[in-house]
Design a binder for this molecule. Structure first.
Ligand code: PLP
Length: 466
């Protein structure tokens, strides 16, 4: 019997539904349709990726332009576009590096790669108190693999504990610690042994059945952080878990209840388990702190970065570990062809420079707080909005059919998504009914206002027709 596919956090605007077909009918021109057909004919079809919804011609700052000339504010951007698309300083750093040195074959140290590793080591030291040891990879999934291998090598154990519903990448190790049925299909055969899962935090939909107040906050005196308690319970029962791996703030989004990570950190210490934070979407300031972990005042042993690290132009990810975890000198953890690539390193160095110089982390914190306030205000006026939550520019609005039952309003969420696209705003839905907005860190207050005005119009329309 086929396994049912659960709502997923990787879900997006490409779900094949009648509404999508209708949207394409009214928005695509002949040239776009022809390109989509060629795309669909040549790429392997897979869920949430191919076939595509539309086709892109240009991307610049917070804007995307499709091949029919429509422009969209990109509040999705796969979380690579912290600096917006095609940031001029990133592009010119890449061009200059192409003229200087394109590639570093193995055996040769490369100044740009060393400079970047030193910069990330210093950031990691500010977070954890330990300098970082780095390995670069081309994609986030590969960096997750490195982190898992390192945790195994350092602890002499092979088990991991991670969250159901999480996404950590598409490789076998990353799919094993991931918790989305989309990436764990039985058709792929067995995943890694010892990859244990636990229900994640997620107060508005607490998997342990605990109540929240009318603002979606947990009653900590009642729930006593049952979600963190379960992590401790599993670590204790298993007794030999190498690492807990998780996103410090879940991409759905869900922010952790206060004290969650401190309890998990203590449990990890107590059981000799390493704590790996996957900060691939949240790192480099998305949540209003350079690392999302800073919100919870918790020091992980290993951090994985990616996505925006390549400036939204080049693929680059990193596994950054405590310096005393440098234990695998006798064998290979990564050994990726592009692990010391000067061009992607130059893109990352330019990205870090711009983020720091322009105060983008602080801007993300301020703009995110402002956006959340406006979204809460929408919640006060539109009963379809069940919950609003987020950190920095990782923002979510959960639509429900009825606030008391919290039944997900999936149809309305899809209607809002396509209506917003028609009005020039692109974002994704997660879990079927959560409007997930992840604007770039360069978004201005005016652009945020325009986007939220569009969102509000779409909500009104959904309430009127729904
Ligand atoms: C939390 C998280 N981890 C890992 C990955 C995988 O990164 P990549 O697509 O670069 O392999 C993603 C990508 O969406 C992600 O969101």
């Amino acid at each position: 019997m086929a396994r049912p596919v659960n709502p997923s956090q990787s879900e997006s605007d490409v779900n094949l539904t009648p509404r999508r077909v209708q949207w394409q009918r009214s928005h695509l021109d002949d040239a776009t349709r022809a390109l989509l057909e060629r795309d669909s004919a040549v790429f392997m079809h897979q869920s949430v990726s191919t076939p595509c919804l539309s086709a892109i011609r240009r991307a610049d700052g917070i804007w995307i332009e499709d091949t029919a000339g429509r422009r969209y504010m990109d509040f999705h951007g796969n979380n690579v576009h912290h600096l917006g698309h095609a940031h001029p300083e990133v592009v010119s750093a890449i061009k200059a590096q192409l003229d200087a040195l394109c590639f570093a074959p193995r055996r040769f140290a490369c100044d740009r790669a060393v400079e970047l590793a030193e910069a990330l080591s210093a950031k990691f030291e500010r977070l954890t108190g330990s300098p970082g040891r780095i390995l670069f990879t081309t994609g986030g999934s590969d960096a997750v693999e490195v982190a898992i291998k390192l945790a195994r090598a350092a602890t002499g154990r092979f088990k991991t504990l991670s969250f159901w519903d999480a996404f950590h990448g598409a490789g076998f190790g990353a799919s094993s610690v991931g918790g989305e049925s989309l990436f764990r299909s039985g058709a792929l055969g067995p995943l890694l042994p010892g990859a244990e899962h636990v229900a994640p935090f997620g107060c508005y939909r607490c998997p342990y059945g605990h109540a929240v107040d009318d603002q979606g906050r947990p009653y900590l005196d009642q729930c006593r952080l049952a979600c963190a308690g379960m992590v401790r319970y599993v670590l204790e029962r298993e007794g030999d878990v190498a690492a807990v791996i998780a996103e410090p703030a879940r991409a759905v989004p869900f922010v952790p209840p206060p004290g969650y990570w401190k309890q998990v950190r203590e449990a990890c210490h107590a059981h000799g388990t390493l704590l790996i934070f996957d900060e691939i979407p949240t790192g480099l300031g998305k949540t209003g702190r350079f690392f999302a972990a800073e919100h919870d005042d918790v020091a992980p042993d290993i951090v994985v970065l990616g996505k925006s690290l390549g400036g939204g132009v080049l693929p680059l990810a990193a596994c950054v570990a405590r310096s005393d975890l440098n234990v695998a000198g006798a064998f290979a953890l990564g050994h990726y062809t592009h692990e010391k690539n000067p061009v992607s390193s130059a893109a990352a160095l330019a990205t870090l420079r711009v983020i720091e110089r322009d105060g983008l982390v602080e801007h993300a914190a301020r703009l995110g707080a402002y956006a959340l306030e406006r979204m809460h205000d929408m919640r006060d006026r539109h009963p379809i909005v069940g919950d609003v939550r987020g950190r920095g520019l990782l923002l979510g609005m959960e639509l429900v059919r009825d606030r008391s039952t919290r039944e997900p309003a999936r149809d309305a969420a899809e209607a809002v998504l396509y209506d917003a696209l028609s009005r020039g705003l692109s974002f994704k839905t997660t879990m079927g009914n959560v409007l997930t907005l992840t604007p770039p860190l360069i978004t201005s207050v005016q652009d945020m206002d325009s986007a939220l005005n569009i969102l509000e119009k779409c909500l009104k329309e959904a309430c009127r027709t729904g």
